[in-house]
Every structure is written in C-alpha cells, then in structure tokens.
Design a protein around this ligand. Sequence first.
Ligand code: SAH
Length: 264
Amino acid sequence: MEAPAIFTEADFYQQNFNPRAYLEEYYSMSEGKEWANVFLMQNLRSLHKMFSLDELRGGTLIDVGCGPTIYQLLSACERFQEIIALDYTDQNRQELEKWLRNEEGAFDWVPVVKYVCELEGDRLKWAEKQEKVRKKVKQVLKCDVTKANPTGPVSLPPADCIVSTLCLEGACKDLPTFCSALRNIGTLVKPGGHLVMVTVLGDTFYAFNKQVFSSLCLQKHEVEAAVEGAGFEVKLSEAQPYTESTESMDCQGVLALVARRRPS
Ligand code: SAH
C-alpha cells in the first residue's frame, strides 16, 4: 500500500473513518497482529513514563483528537481530576461515548487496561481504572485543530495539560499546517501547563478496513521545532524506532514528547 494521492483531511475522516474497524485493527491486542500489539504497548509504556513525571498533574486534561480510543487516558487519569475529550468526527466521539456509558457492544479495552495496570504495578486494579476513566471524562466535544479556536464556537477554560496521540500527523497536510495546528491547540492549555504528544515519525500512510489515510511524514527535529515555535519548551523528547513490518503503515518510529507552555 502507499499514501493516497491527495492528503486525507478532516472531511475524509468524517466520510470514511470507521471507528470499529480502526479499533479492531490497532487496539484489539489479538494474536496475529503482533505489529499492532508492539506499536500499542510501546505507546502505552511511553504514556506511562510521561504521566509519571512529577509536574504532570492538575485539575483538567484535554485530549485532542481522541478518536474512538481511551488507551491514552489510562495513565493520565491517575494525575488529573477532569478530562475533556475532543475529536472532529461524529462517529469517533459516539464510539467513545458508547464505551464511557458502558453500553452493550462497546469496544473491549480490558486487555489494554490490564497491561497499563501491570505497568503501574497492580494488574488487578483494571476494573477500578476503567471506572476512573468513565467518571473523569466529563465532556466529549467536536474540535478542528486547523481552526484558531479548535472548539469554536465553544470556548473552554485553558487546561493544565493537553494530550494528543496520533492526531496531528493525520490532520495536517504539510509542515506549516502542523505548526499552526500546534499553535491552535496550544491555546487550550494554560501558560505553564503541559503538552504530551505521541507522534509517528517517517510515516506517509496508515490503513485499515481497506481504507488508506495519509500521514504527514515528520522527523523528530521537525516536531520539536514546531512545538517550540508554538510557544512551548520541550522537556522530554524520545524517539523509538519501529521495526515491525506491516502492510498497514510505513512508520519508522514513534516520538514521545512532553513540553511546557511558556508563561506569556
Ligand atoms: N488519538 C487516537 C485517534 C487517532 S486517529 C489514537 O491515538 O488512536 C486520528 C484522529 O484525528 C481521528 O479520530 C480523526 O477524527 C481526528 N482528526 C482528523 N482531522 C482532525 C482535525 N482537523 N481536527 C481534529 N481531529 C481531527
């Protein structure tokens, strides 16, 4: 497979992104999907490490481009009182809400939750952690990271921290758009607050359900410069090579990054 000829932007997501197929492909932890499991577990370990940093705690956390997933909140929910999740596509927000309401037919995150509990030293706490996420996510709202006010017309009070996993590289067609999206989402966090990111490096597409989505091909130094240019100071930036071979994406590595918004 290869990247689509035209960059797949937000409306393509709204038309074509099937949340269930995405979850099955990347987050089912099933046998026969070793590459996806390695990718996921690596990202869970990075998130665990980042959300163990002393300064990463506070009142509100905003998840930008949450998609239909909760794995990015599993370590974070121990550190923040309230969570607001944002995404562009209706079907992704609905899939997430289905899980939050514990509805029948919601995606089974238990294997993933157990893995994170194991990282935290108590595999038996998985049910408690699920409850914690369900209680702490207070709102699920529409957003567009390419807009100056990503949640417009709603304005959210700036949060203590924002987390964004695997979103901007899918949402931004080129580096200038990526830089301005970072400035846009930067307004969602207080000066002195933090940005936590998980971003794929060297990737041009990802696919599931025979549908291909483009990815902005990024290098570590480009992401760091974009984050600094958006008014943040990079505190941690660790790239891990990704060497599993799969037809479903061409990612070379994953960057885990923590930055602090400069006081204005
Ligand atoms: N954070 C999840 C989902 C990543 S998939 C994870 O880690 O797996 C990429 C997500 O970006 C999709 O849910 C898509 O709806 C969202 N997205 C795409 N363009 C966007 C935009 N312009 N603004 C906000 N979200 C966008």
